[in-house]
Design a protein around this ligand. Structure first.
Ligand code: CP
Ligand code: NVA
Length: 315
């Protein structure tokens, strides 16, 4: 028994996808994030939590929120963040993900990686001896979903039983939201054009977590009864070559004030940002009383600080 406990403690924990995180573990992050946020507002410092620890920030793609919130989060917890941009490491080109993971593990206490192929962050996690956090891959964006669940919980005072309707492309952000909703008891509905839909591999994980995804092709019907209307860009990073086709396919799926009027009167409008106003949502909707998009951006900081404290803290 004692040996088992020690083994569990010695095993490093990654956040590659929410699929392998339990409901209880996700709630642990949310509860701690809420506390850290309240205490930060009260002027309480937490710079003892990760003193002397370094997090590598490994990027294959651009970022504003992820880079800044992880860097500031580490600083506020008393640690350091080391930015490694796409042109420095050239992950998978100059060096394999396996070697990068093995080398970085000798220097730093954790690795945050933003990658194209999801398999690359999986490989980093497999070979690193320190925790690996997925800061977005082509398939998932778990840190975004954690910040978003914190935002919804703060605004609605609960998560279970709410209905989240995602209008647009079933992309990385949507995939992580599907998993978060399944784990935390929210209903997930997707409004997307014919010919688009969630990947089967993601649906299987959602079903395994006790959830389901209802797919509709009429955005007006889809948002009926929605507590949360969520949207994201139609063209994700890496999809530039199919941008024109996707913009044509998603015409009619813009979240505007008229569409929001079909949701519940107190519905939240969410977007992970960056936004393309006039495409997936209008500027008017993004600045309306429904919108919590900048709270979401802020909550990335609090959710990730909780995650870092839990994964890198102690020892
Ligand atoms: N939402 C989000 O991850 O933003 P960045 O791409 O700016 O990090
Ligand atoms: N789906 C978007 C999210 C950006 C945070 C992308 O992958 O580009």
């Amino acid at each position: 028994m004692i040996i088992e406990e020690v083994t569990v403690k010695l095993q490093k924990r990654d956040l590659v996808s929410l699929a392998d995180w339990s409901r209880e573990e996700i709630w642990e992050v949310l509860e701690l994030a809420k506390r850290l946020k309240e205490e930060r507002k009260a002027g309480i410092r937490h710079d003892h939590v990760l003193r002397g620890k370094t997090l590598a920030l490994l990027f294959q793609k651009p970022s504003l929120r992820t880079r800044v919130s992880f860097a500031v989060g580490m600083e506020e917890l008393g640690g350091k963040a080391l930015y490694l941009g796409p042109d420095e490491v050239k992950l998978g080109v100059r060096e394999t993900a396996e070697d990068v993971a093995l080398v970085l593990s000798r220097y730093v206490h954790g690795i945050m990686a933003r990658v194209f192929e999801h398999a690359v962050v999986e490989e980093l996690a497999r070979f690193a001896t320190v925790p690996v956090i997925n800061g977005l891959s082509d398939t998932y964006h778990p840190c975004q979903a954690l910040g978003d669940m914190l935002t919804i919980w703060e605004r609605k005072r609960r998560l279970e039983g709410l209905t989240l309707v995602f209008v647009g492309d079933p992309n990385n952000v949507a995939n992580s939201l599907m998993l978060a909703c399944a784990k935390l008891g929210l209903r997930f509905r997707l409004a997307c054009p014919q010919g688009y839909g969630p990947r089967e591999e993601v649906l299987e994980l959602v079903r395994a977590a006790g959830g389901e995804v209802e797919v509709l092709h009429d955005p007006r019907a889809a948002v009926e009864g929605a507590d949360v209307v969520y949207t994201d860009v139609w063209v994700s990073m890496g999809e530039e070559s199919i941008a024109e086709k996707k913009k044509r396919d998603f015409a009619g799926f813009t979240v505007d004030m008229e569409l929001l009027s079909n949701a519940k009167p107190d519905s939240l409008l969410m977007h992970c940002l960056p936004a393309h106003y006039g495409e997936e949502l209008t500027y008017e909707a993004a600045r309306s009383k429904h919108s919590v998009i900048f709270e979401q951006a802020e909550n990335r900081l609090h959710a990730q600080k909780a995650l870092l404290a839990l994964l890198l803290g102690g020892g």
